[in-house]
Design a protein around this ligand. Structure first.
Ligand code: SF4
Length: 339
């Protein structure tokens, strides 16, 4: 069995997020909250994957937002409870060894493995490209993702169901490498994240910044209330006197998550008997969400006020990540007959 490179007997988690800027409540419930909890049981490595962000850049000026987006995103991580004393927190491009490993792994990965990944075809369509015109980086995306994980000898990757095929592919690449060059990397396992599916303010789609149906973690309470008031409710409740149907209303689903059991059951009965109006119900929900995020927002402000704080953490994290990466890459060079 291959030992983790950090010398610890704990499992090693690797997880990354593309630097898209401020995170929203869906990101928090779907991944970030889980990152915080995992720190108790694993050695965790959390990475702002800025090179991955380049795979979908269409105009050079878009790259100008990468650095500020990293800062905003990492502030959200820290405010949520990602602890740089326990976990390695760093930026993917600060450890260029990952690009070398990506190139080496691409020598043993058949093209067909990459083009059959379901998300590849979706991405090509979304970008209005064809398999002939799409950039090579997007085709090789799963190899870079594999390099991210195994460079640090991570054995566990927290993912949602839609990411499982990517981890399967990483396992195939690792198996092929280990078969060809000898046991080097642990086969990473997917650790399915159990998180409530958080629909956005449109009440229909998963919360997402692209669909503009999201609530930013770092928004002010006033901004949050303003946005919650725009949310869709039961479409058949066109007048205040009509009883509502909480079971088809996303506001009620969100109350169940953020307002507690007792308040939610009051929402249910007051809605179905027309004793509560939707505007009041949404104000109530906004108050619950603002209470839920109060501590996180205070910590964020505190960290943001410290000059250079995020950069210092990323610098230190980058040094720790690099130390592991250099060692792994030396082993890979040796096994592949290079250097
Ligand atoms: S009262 Fe609340 S739960 Fe009922 S339809 Fe309106 S917003 Fe939805």
């Amino acid at each position: 069995m291959t030992q983790p490179a950090n010398g610890s007997h704990k499992g090693v988690i690797f997880s990354g997020m593309r630097p898209t800027g401020l995170l929203h409540l869906g990101n928090y419930m779907g991944a970030l909250q889980n990152w915080v909890t995992l720190q108790d049981d694993y050695s965790c490595i959390y990475c702002a994957v800025d090179i991955h962000a380049l795979t979908t850049v269409e105009r050079p000026e878009e790259t100008a937002s990468i650095k500020p987006n990293i800062e905003d995103m990492v502030l959200d991580w820290l405010a949520a409870g990602v602890d740089p004393e326990k976990s390695i927190v760093f930026v993917q491009s600060h450890v260029p060894e990952v690009m070398t490993l990506h190139t080496l792994l691409s020598m043993i990965t058949p093209l067909g493995w990459l083009t059959r990944v379901p998300t590849f075809k979706d991405k090509v369509r979304q970008m209005h490209e064809t398999e002939e015109t799409v950039n090579y980086g997007l085709v090789g995306y799963p190899i870079l993702q594999t390099a991210d994980i195994i460079l640090y000898k991570a054995d566990t990757v927290p993912v949602g169901q839609d990411q499982v095929p990517h981890i399967e592919l990483s396992r195939e690449i690792v198996r092929r490498f280990n078969n060809m060059f000898g046991e080097t990397f642990p086969e990473p396992k997917a650790k399915l994240t159990e998180a409530p599916l958080l629909l956005g303010l449109d009440g229909q789609n998963k919360m997402s910044k692209t669909l503009d149906n999201h609530l930013d973690l770092a928004a002010t309470p006033e901004e949050t209330t303003k946005r919650v008031l725009t949310a869709f409710t039961d479409p058949e409740r066109v007048r205040r006197e009509l009883p509502g149907r909480p079971d088809v209303c996303n506001i009620y689903s969100l109350h169940k998550i953020f307002s507690g059991a007792e308040a939610s059951s009051a929402v249910y009965s007051e809605c179905t008997t027309a004793q509560r109006g939707c505007v009041d119900c949404k104000r109530h929900l906004a108050d619950s969400i603002n209470d839920y995020l109060k501590d996180l927002r205070e910590r964020r402000e505190e960290f943001k006020a410290r000059p250079g704080y995020v950069q210092e953490i990323l610098h230190e994290g980058g040094k720790k990540a690099k130390a592991i990466a250099v060692e792994t890459l030396a082993e890979v060079y040796d096994k592949m007959g290079l250097g």
